[in-house]
Design a protein around this ligand. Structure first.
Ligand SMILES: [Zn+2]
Length: 259
């Protein structure tokens, strides 16, 4: 069993009622440090000190522009814990595409808070893990990154997360931002549950899209009828009612699902 808590379920333009896509696996893995990830972790009752792993699918702003706020808050929390408990630095793992460490440091610089990177390294045992396509470990998280096709100028990864407890293990998949592609098919074949983006069409007819839409979600559902699909990264244009009728789960922001 895995608990998924959605800190946001919207696409890049955060349509009415939906903040930017981001979710938490159980209490310790934050997937996508979206612009509102920090306040929404608090709103959903998570303790910052429980966040052990942060996962990034790709470098678009809606997926990682919350990093400066998150890192400063985590570092401040770790500093206070260090002083109060005389404890050592705790470890924070950050998983992402090749170049993740540099990209996040540049984000802090662009935000005129370049010093937050050093603050993170001072108060946290920060470990960056670049995906390499194999099964990898980042602290308590066993995962595999699978490259998907999103936009031609940026590498984007979907993920398989192995979750286990006394009652057995399951694979929770996440699509990142994607179009129908071999990577998405592989994610769907291996996962027991797949959190998949459904941005909806955002290009004129005939122009290739860089996202999933109602039609491609339906095709994925038909090709993998036993796979539980949970949609996120939703655009205002998506007809959620018809997809819910088709048997796909569509959470609202702040919903907590046990799968
Ligand atoms: Zn996105």
């Amino acid at each position: 069993m895995t608990t998924l808590t959605f800190l946001g379920t919207g696409n890049f333009v955060a349509p009415p009622g939906r903040y930017w896509n981001s979710f938490v696996l159980d209490g310790n893995v934050l997937v996508e440090p979206s612009p509102t990830a920090l306040p929404h972790l608090r709103r959903c009752g998570f303790a910052l000190e429980d966040v052990e792993v942060v996962v990034v699918s790709h470098f678009h702003a809606d997926h990682c522009f919350g990093w400066p706020f998150l890192l400063e808050a985590l570092a401040e929390q770790a500093e206070q814990a260090e002083q109060a408990e005389q404890a050592g630095r705790r470890t924070l793992h950050v998983v992402g595409p090749p170049g993740i460490q540099d990209h996040l440091a540049r984000l802090n610089e662009a935000g005129a808070v370049g010093s937050v990177t050093q603050m993170g390294f001072t108060h946290l045992d920060l470990r960056f893990v670049e995906v390499d396509g194999s099964w990898q470990e980042a602290g308590p998280l066993r995962f595999r990154g699978i490259e998907v096709v999103h936009v031609p100028y940026l590498r984007c990864f979907g993920y398989l997360f192995e979750r286990g407890d006394g009652s057995g293990s399951q694979i929770v998949g996440y699509s990142g931002d994607t179009t129908p592609c071999a990577g998405l098919t592989e994610l769907a074949q291996v996962a027991d549950v797949l959190v998949v983006e459904c941005n909806g069409r955002h290009t004129p007819p005939g122009v290739p899209s860089s996202h999933m839409d109602e039609e491609s979600i339906r095709a994925l559902h038909e090709a993998h009828p036993d796979l539980h699909l949970i949609l996120t990264h939703l655009g205002a244009q998506v007809d959620t009612a018809s997809l819910t009728e088709a048997g796909v789960t569509i959470p609202d922001d702040f919903d907590r699902l046990t799968v």
